[in-house]
Design a protein around this ligand. Structure first.
Ligand SMILES: Cc1cc2nc3c(=O)[nH]c(=O)nc-3n(C[C@H](O)[C@H](O)[C@H](O)COP(=O)(O)OP(=O)(O)OC[C@H]3O[C@@H](n4cnc5c(N)ncnc54)[C@H](O)[C@@H]3O)c2cc1C
Length: 368
């Protein structure tokens, strides 16, 4: 144990990397400790792309997405890497969801178009639609691995230490700060940011040195997005197909989602509720792939379902699908949960860095 750092960040996924970027840029001494390698594929942040959208049923997230756009541009400027493409995004499905999304878009001052399924089908023949369709030109896609890599690179350039293959074994109280224990070294810091994704409750809460930090119940599920080849002459905007409200978490989540991922084809994610241990991201399940093919045969006429590939990753879920971002003493917890956090990552990194620096910045009506 040597000098006392300003902040140790545990986890180098989307949230740890953007938090480290903002902290290092602000001149703080930072060490990032990641249990696996750089850009590994065993958590939630790997892969080429994610859907970006401002179209949320809850206006809180429309506002957060709004605030995220200049943050994505800031990281693009800092890194020199293109990360956000506002190529447009569609919502269709469960009608009350569409009504609420339209209200959020109106209150956020966003441009959008409402159209019938028939009109949308003529404009985007690669998709079939049910119910009213909303088109949001501000939505699109973000580049996932590329963003994590860019944020880490800028953080390192600003002086952050990056330590991969370095699992944190425990976070211990140390005076007013913390001692972050790994196998080879212990890092003393004024503050620790626990951006550990699906592993968050192993480091804080009951059974740890911080039993009084009560997190909402966190469950981890294994997800299996697939990619299909795109039929000649077809293209896809980002799309969300909303499910009825009696689906758990449906107020913030959806049923099927996807986007065109350059070089990979069209992505399709069907949310699963397969619970798993975070250490077991699992292997591709042919039954889930078959379900995805059946969905695509019905709803994605532009997809060539004879050419399919699949990957696995983890969702960290809270009961209401909201995020966990808060500070207790020297511990900041940052876990944007439930499968919809990536689009906000640069802004959440800024909020989390502010908390770690002792600030009290809140996102508008941010619910903690
Ligand atoms: C299939 C899929 C599709 C998604 N699609 C979208 C989308 O379209 N749009 C969108 O906005 N969001 C989407 N998301 C959600 C988004 O990707 C996540 O919200 C985000 O990646 C979470 O990042 P994170 O940093 O919290 O977690 P992670 O990326 O899992 O990072 C946590 C890191 O902490 C490390 N760690 C844990 N414990 C320790 C320890 N003890 N010591 C050291 N390191 C540790 C882990 O190894 C990991 O690298 C999707 C997620 C998945 C899985």
């Amino acid at each position: 144990m040597s000098e006392t750092l300003d902040v140790v960040v545990v986890g180098a996924g989307a949230m740890g990397s953007t938090t480290a970027w903002q902290l290092a840029k602000a001149g703080r001494s930072v060490a990032v400790l990641e249990q696996f390698g750089r850009l590994h594929d065993r958590g939630s942040s790997h892969g080429q792309t994610r859907v970006f959208r401002v179209s949320y049923r809850d206006p809180l997230y429309t506002e957060l997405a709004t605030d995220s756009i200049p943050r994505w541009r800031e990281l693009e400027t800092d890194s020199g890497v293109d990360l956000l493409e506002q190529t447009g995004q569609l919502d269709h499905g469960f009608s009350p969801a569409i009504v609420q999304i339209e209200a959020s878009l109106v209150s956020g001052g966003f441009a959008y178009e409402r159209m019938t399924p028939e009109a949308a089908g003529e404009r985007w023949p690669s998709l079939n639609f049910d119910t009213t369709v909303l088109y949001s030109p501000d939505g699109g896609r973000v580049f996932a691995d590329r963003m994590v890599d860019a944020a880490l690179a800028v953080a390192e350039r600003c002086g952050a230490q990056l330590h991969f293959d370095t699992p944190v074994l425990a976070i211990e109280p140390d005076g007013d700060g913390v001692a972050v224990v790994t196998e080879g070294a212990t890092y003393r810091a004024n503050t620790v940011v626990v951006s550990a994704g699906a592993w968050v409750s192993r480091l804080v809460g009951p059974g740890t040195k911080w039993p009084d930090i009560t997190l909402p119940e966190v469950t981890v599920t294994r997800q299996q997005p697939v990619h299909f080849a795109i039929r000649p002459g077809m293209s896809f905007p980002s799309y969300i197909h909303h499910v009825p409200d009696d689906t758990p978490g449906a107020a913030l989540r959806f049923g099927a989602y996807g986007l065109e991922s350059p070089g990979e084809g069209v992505k399709l994610g069907l949310e699963t509720s397969v619970r798993t241990d975070p250490d077991d991201v699992g292997v591709v399940d042919p039954a889930i792939t078959a379900e995805a093919i059946a969905y695509a045969d019905r709803w994605l006429p532009g997809a060539d379902t004879s050419q399919v590939s699949a990957v696995t990753c983890l969702f960290t879920n809270t009961p209401d699908s909201h995020f966990i971002i808060d500070r207790v003493g020297p511990i900041v917890v940052c876990s944007p949960c439930s499968g919809h956090g990536f689009k906000f990552a640069p802004e959440i990194g800024a909020i989390t860095a502010d908390l770690a620096m002792g600030g009290s910045r809140r996102h508008r009506e941010w619910r903690l």
